[in-house]
Design a protein around this ligand. Sequence first.
Ligand SMILES: *Cc1c(COP(=O)(O)O)cnc(C)c1O
Length: 408
Amino acid sequence: MTGGALHCEGVPLSRIAEAVGTPAYIYSTATLTRHLGVVQQAFANTPTLVCYSVKACSTLAVLKLFAKGGAGFDIVSVGELERVRRVGGDLRKVVFAGVGKTEDEMVAAIRAGILMFNVESAEELEALDRVGQRLGVQAPFALRVNPDVDAKTHRYIATGLKTSKFGVPVGEAVALYAKSKRMKGLVARGLDCHIGSQLTDTRPVRQAMTLVGDVYKTLRAKGFPLTHLDVGGGLGVTYSTETPPGVADYAKAVLEPLHGLGATLVLEPGRVLVANAGVLLTRVLYRKKTPAKHFVIVDAGMNDLLRPALYEAHHEIAPVVPRKGKRATVDVVGPVCESSDVLGHSRSMSPLAQGDLLAVLTAGAYGMSMSSSYNSRPRPPEVLVDGETFRVVRVRETVTDLMRGETP
Ligand SMILES: *Cc1c(COP(=O)(O)O)cnc(C)c1O
């Protein structure tokens, strides 16, 4: 904020809007770099690999910054693997998660020489063994265990409950490792868990760490050559009134229950690295008053930022150049033909006119990476700011792009 007008680092957001149009995603280099450093620093006294969770924001320019900062990567598809390769990321620092990896994806990741597969079912373990044997290698794996703790987060982003599709029940883990000993295409390298996203409480983290720490010790005692304990990601950020733990408190909650374990830790932060580093810039198209509501219709919709429609997520929305005058309660809505296309419900906003710019805040995580072209709306461009300068790191999609590959 300078002189009341919103900036990203040294650049007024209005200048970026003039240059690239709206809607557009804007990211701050300084914030991205600082966040990675803070996480690395908090774990500096323990052997730790910070693997940025690519799905939070998979834009090449962002991945490149993190690769330069020494991060590894947590991927969930071959598409993400290729993104990491493209930016020169260290493939030996890649972990591969997801309940539905295909054998083709396993082949590609083995050939790439990744650190380990985080395996999520007994049948997947068998598939990885087959692929390993076919390629004549031992594929390194960690079993993702489901610690059955309540992460106290939205049900769509909790992943560690026993009703969740993720991981294997913690009680079945040891037997599966034992079974893996007879599988020639595998080698046990680690143990993995991830209890959910947007965590705002350290208690479930401590609980889960205590549990997986015990399983890790049991497995080591049984002679499995484990070297890595992957503790997942999930640290929350402030979208409105949440008070997530700071990185230092999160680190304590992870490290204390694991004291003396001797494992190299793998962290998979996504949201906490990128959410606050990005905004979605949008312009007011129309205002409309009905007897029930006062709507502000903007040019960004749920196809650009899905989180409010998908998770009932809250994003603060701020005018880029605030006007003086009486505030009004408005619904900020997008142009998409769905009633769920609401970026902000019942927001108290200073006066807005047609053409005014708004910034949807904390939009760096699960923003562009979840965007679609629903309603045949080209996806927005992405801009990376660095100090006083900015560059377009992904151009706006065109209508021609939208129809590529189609035959009428
Ligand atoms: C999505 C995901 C993450 C990252 O979660 P954040 O909440 O963005 O930190 C980490 N690990 C796994 C396995 C995931 O699926």
